[in-house]
Design a protein around this ligand. Structure first.
Ligand code: ATP
Ligand code: MG
Length: 367
């Protein structure tokens, strides 16, 4: 029996246009159908908040709260394998607070790490089309869920790299403290490269496989982590020392994990250059599948999957292939669509259990 995480019950107060909503969500597939602006993405936002204490689209907590209100609450009952727990997130005065079974977690990061969630939404499309920063963040996110001290390497490296840069810019290339800072940059840089390399290795096979399953069986998507710094500490340090003058003008070191990329190719050509719109969408979905697999392998539990408006992103055949693929993955899926007719026609496949909801002006009705 596969262990998986699921949200069995959800209750939302004052998230965007959702004033007061309580839903039974104990199904394999939960569909939210409704017109543009009805509140579908807000429901996924509430689910994401419940799992992570953060919004996936708004950097500030206040943006998620209904206009004119001062606080928002999301509560839910989660099942992790056979173990149930209550979770609650409160947004008030620009501050987030979270509880497991009415108890305070050690930190908000610890709270988020406990309930892995993978999301696809239209804002994700630059992941394969856009600059490398998005792909680095994607790997860091996977590492957050799959390594015990998930963001430590990133935090340590970022701090050391910033300190070296500030020294170079304010005190010059012969600043007295520059050597120890460069030693830290190289040490934490290597740690971060290794963390990301592990994350990439954990997701790449599943990503490549997923792409053949629902995108294009005859096309080969390949991915690999491409570091910019050498993988031994001495050479790394020497390169840093030799690039001080250029780095002080450039605003950052010319090598290091802040410049690395998760390189993606389609039949040997750079995906960024040759990919069609649909191929990019499929590649993003394939990466999300890789993320699910990496989390499952590291944690022994399948994460929750949130799919926002995926129906408008793929053609009918690819979408059918994608849904049957997702159902074989046996994750709990929440998805939104503007096409209610899809619910009747069974385009979402033969889920062993499915709850359908209609969303209209922030009011949710089971259908
Ligand atoms: N802070 C807020 N307070 C109240 N309403 C808000 C707030 N932020 C956004 N809204 C409104 O909430 C409504 C629902 O937005 P949401 O993004 O959930 O729609 P949607 O159903 O996903 O639409 P689409 O199909 O266009 O993506 C919109 O009308 C939006 O303008
Ligand atoms: Mg939406």
């Amino acid at each position: 029996m596969v262990r998986r995480l699921s949200v069995e019950q959800l209750s939302v107060t004052n998230i965007r246009n959702l004033r007061s909503v309580t839903l039974n969500t104990s199904a394999d597939v939960v569909v939210f159908a409704g017109r543009n602006g009805s509140g579908k993405t807000s429901l996924l936002e509430a689910l994401y908040l419940l799992c992570t204490s953060k919004s996936f689209r708004a950097p500030r907590p206040a943006e998620s709260i209904t206009h004119g209100q001062t606080e928002a609450v999301v509560r839910g009952r989660l099942l992790d394998g056979t173990v149930g727990r209550e979770q609650r997130v409160l947004l008030r005065d620009g501050v987030r607070s979270a509880r497991f079974d009415d108890k305070r977690p050690p930190s908000l990061a610890a709270y988020a790490q406990a309930s892995p969630v993978v999301i696809f939404h239209p804002g994700d499309l630059p992941l394969t089309m856009g600059p490398a920063q998005g792909r680095r963040q994607f790997l860091d996110r996977v590492a957050f869920y799959t390594t015990p001290n998930g963001t430590k390497a990133l935090d340590d490296y970022t701090r050391a790299h910033r300190a070296r840069q500030k020294l170079l810019e304010t005190r010059g290339v012969d600043a007295p403290d520059i050597d120890p800072w460069e030693a830290l940059v190289a040490r934490h840089g290597l740690e971060l490269m290794q963390t990301r390399q592990h994350a990439a290795a954990a997701l790449i096979d599943a990503t490549e496989h997923a792409f053949t399953q629902f995108a294009a069986p005859q096309l080969v998507l390949r991915g690999r982590y491409v570091p910019t710094a050498p993988d031994d500490e001495d050479s790394y340090l020497t390169m840093l020392q030799n690039s001080r003058v250029g780095d002080s003008h450039r605003g950052s070191a010319c090598i290091g994990p802040h410049r690395d990329d998760l390189e993606l190719t389609l039949d040997g050509q750079p995906l960024r250059q040759v990919g069609s719109q649909g191929q990019h969408r499929a590649a993003v979905l394939a990466l999300k599948n890789g993320e699910i697999t990496a989390i499952e392998r590291a944690r022994g539990t399948k994460p929750i999957l949130l799919l926002d408006d995926v129906s408008s992103e793929l053609d009918a055949e690819r979408l059918r292939a994608f849904f049957s693929f997702v159902q074989r993955e046996q994750v709990q899926v929440f998805l939104t669509t503007t096409r209610p007719e899809w619910i009747e026609t069974g385009a979402f496949g033969e889920a062993s259990s499915r709850h359908n909801f209609e969303v209209d002006h922030g009011v949710i009705t089971r259908i």
